[in-house]
Design a protein around this ligand. Structure first.
Ligand SMILES: NC(=O)c1ccc[n+]([C@@H]2O[C@H](COP(=O)([O-])OP(=O)(O)OC[C@H]3O[C@@H](n4cnc5c(N)ncnc54)[C@H](OP(=O)(O)O)[C@@H]3O)[C@@H](O)[C@H]2O)c1
Length: 285
């Protein structure tokens, strides 16, 4: 495993196993920090319409001098744009704002709006993928009940339109770390070869003092953030650490010179369910 490690998605495309998140990164700073992330070796940026920084991320891609095909950009359907027409408009806005020819991954940001709107949103994503504008599609913050609903809808679309015409869930993105390990969702995805992305992978710094973590910090001579990112990578997840601090951007990518043993990994396991962000997986609508 190294910073260039890629994972294969059900769409057939590949995704860099380490991402760089830009939630709460001000638009005025985003170009600079994304360029710094590229210089530090990251090739994968996780943005969203609601982050209001897709455009500076795209500017950084152009200014980096790195071939577009070597960079991976994600955006997401805003929770307020659920439903077929609103999602089509949101995707269109991503393209008009960024000026990009294609976007690597577009996710449903959250399972909001009820079953009909979720179906419409998925259909709009499938159409954009079939048109070649979006390479891979997936979901974020879906509970197992939402995932089952979507799987049923994909089968329905295939019955209507033919094999492969329902789209495939390439990626799922959730808050995931030792204090929120979501075993039910992880098993669901692993059984289907869906790539699992981990947001808040360093728990926004809120658990750095945990004794189990501190023990590994001392044993490996790495920082708490690095140990948590290594845990995530070794679980097979795609962690998306966010930082606007140049030194931390470098620190969070410097995770390939040590390895957690099986007992280290086990020492970090908990059965806690302690989100630090929102948690739409439990939404029953
Ligand atoms: N799909 C969703 O609903 C969803 C929800 C939340 C997040 N996400 C994605 O996941 C990404 C990461 O999540 P997140 O930003 O909420 O949490 P996070 O990456 O766990 O934590 C980010 C926070 O930790 C600080 N930090 C970063 N590296 C550090 C280090 N090495 N040492 C100490 N502190 C450090 C950052 O500060 P500075 O920036 O000041 O350095 C920032 O305050 C987001 O940017 C976004 O792309 C998705």
């Amino acid at each position: 495993m190294n910073i260039n490690t890629m994972l294969k998605m059900p769409s057939g495309h590949s995704i860099p196993a380490l991402g760089y998140g830009v939630y709460q990164t001000p638009a005025g700073e985003a170009e600079d920090v994304v360029l710094h992330a590229f210089k530090s070796g990251y090739r994968h940026v996780d943005s969203a319409r609601v982050y209001r920084n897709e455009q500076p991320c795209a500017d950084a891609i152009r200014k980096s001098g790195i071939p577009r095909g070597e960079i991976f950009l994600t955006s997401k359907v805003p929770p307020r744009s659920m439903g077929y027409d609103a999602t089509k408009a949101a995707i269109q806005s991503s393209f008009s704002q960024t000026g990009l020819d294609y976007i690597d991954l577009y996710l449903v940001h959250a399972p909001y709006g009820g079953p009909q709107n979720r179906r419409g949103t998925w259909r709009a994503l499938v159409e954009a993928q079939q048109a070649g504008k979006i390479r891979s599609i997936g979901v974020s913050n879906y509970g197992v009940h939402h995932l089952n609903e979507l799987e049923g809808y994909i089968k329905e679309l295939e019955t209507q339109n033919g094999a492969g015409k329902g789209g495939e869930i390439s990626v799922g993105q959730w808050e995931l770390h030792p204090w929120l390990a979501r075993p039910d969702i992880v098993v669901w995805c692993k059984e289907r070869g869906i790539v699992i992305e981990a947001y808040c992978p360093i728990v926004r710094g809120q658990r750095f003092g945990e004794p189990s973590l501190q023990k590994l910090v001392k044993a490996h001579g790495k920082t708490p953030a690095q140990v948590l990112l290594r845990w995530s990578l070794q679980k097979g997840f795609v962690p998306l650490p966010k930082s606007v601090t140049h030194s931390r951007i470098v620190e969070n990518a410097d995770v390939y010179d040590f390895e957690l043993s099986q007992s280290d990994m086990q020492a970090l396991e908990t059965t806690e369910y302690s989100p630090v962000s929102w948690d739409p997986t439990v939404d029953r609508d």
